[in-house]
Design a protein around this ligand. Structure first.
Ligand code: NDP
Length: 272
């Protein structure tokens, strides 16, 4: 019997998740359908309940519902607890198991796809929003020498610090106080979505650095342009992260992990 999965967001028409999951299913010969649901704002739980009655087996969650999904879940994995957000729900009877695969998707893309080992490196994460919160655990677990989080608005860094009280490698700085050069610079701000670059300086990119914009599908973003102008040769966007988190969800639901390389190539928008 064809089983039903979906992604929910608002807006949702831009979502690549149906294409990714249907592509995985085709390659692996899995009998499933995957649709995009535009969730009405403020009515997450009712909407999901209605789809579950129609047989929905699993759901990916994107902006702005990841916190609603966190509240909806009847249990959550440790990454979801750490991120304070759920991006994947799995339904079984009355239970709704919440997970967050964004951070692990990012870490897998950096290490497995891009061949960049985080251990011992200096890592700079720009922004203190949801994506940063989800990424910190998986990045710290890989043992960077230093992981600095740059913030624009003071306040949220204290919340992030409290989540990782033992992490000696973790520190925080306002952009104006970023003095050092980093081997990996991750743009986890939403600046790209408003056509801007975060105020990171050319000196913050070490020689041979990797510049990574979590936003995807936008070609050469203002942040990646800034990195290129600073002499950075290795510039990538977040398409690999997107595909890797999808692969984690697919594995959770179907018990088999899809290959990601061909899918990443298929949906990559050239950085020009
Ligand atoms: P949030 O809205 O939770 O956080 C946004 C952060 O960006 C805040 O810290 C905000 O700072 C900061 N910010 C916004 N504009 C600027 C600016 N001009 N200069 C400096 N800082 C700025 O967003 P998310 O964390 O959910 O998303 C961040 C990015 O990650 C987005 O581009 C999103 O598309 C991407 N993403 C990609 C995924 C993937 O699979 N590839 C998955 C999830 C997210 P302040 O607090 O001061 O407002």
């Amino acid at each position: 019997m064809t089983e039903l999965y979906a992604v929910i967001g608002n807006p949702i028409s831009h979502s690549k998740s149906p294409l990714i999951h249907k592509g995985f299913a085709e390659v692996l010969g899995q009998d499933l359908d995957y649709i995009a649901i535009e969730g009405p704002l403020g009515r997450f739980a009712e909407t999901v309940d209605a789809w579950r009655k129609k047989g929905l087996r699993g759901l990916n969650i994107t902006v702005p519902f990841k916190m609603d999904a966190f509240a909806y879940a009847t249990r959550r994995d440790s990454a979801a607890e750490e991120a304070g957000a759920v991006n994947c729900l799995t339904f079984e009877g009355d239970s709704a198991e919440g997970a967050n695969y964004d951070g692990i998707g990012l870490a897998r893309d950096i290490e497995a796809n891009l061949g960049f080992a985080v251990a011992g490196k200096n890592v700079l994460v720009l922004g203190t929003g949801g994506a940063t919160r989800g990424a910190l655990g998986p990045l710290l677990a890989r043992g960077p020498a230093r992981l600095t989080v740059a913030f624009r608005t003071p306040g949220k860094e204290a919340e992030l610090r409290a989540l990782f009280p033992e992490a000696k490698a973790l520190d925080f700085a306002a952009y104006a106080d970023l003095r050092d050069a980093y081997d990996l610079v991750l743009n986890a701000t939403s600046a790209t979505l408003s056509g801007e670059a975060p105020p990171v300086a050319p000196k913050n990119f070490a020689r041979g650095a990797l510049a990574y914009d979590l936003a995807y599908g936008k070609g050469l973003t203002p942040f990646l342009r800034l990195a290129r102008e600073a002499g950075v040769e290795k510039c990538v966007d977040g398409v690999g992260m997107l595909v890797e988190q999808a692969a984690e969800a697919f594995q959770k639901w179907r018990g088999v992990r899809p290959e990601t390389k061909a899918m990443i190539e298929r949906i990559t928008v050239p950085l020009v």
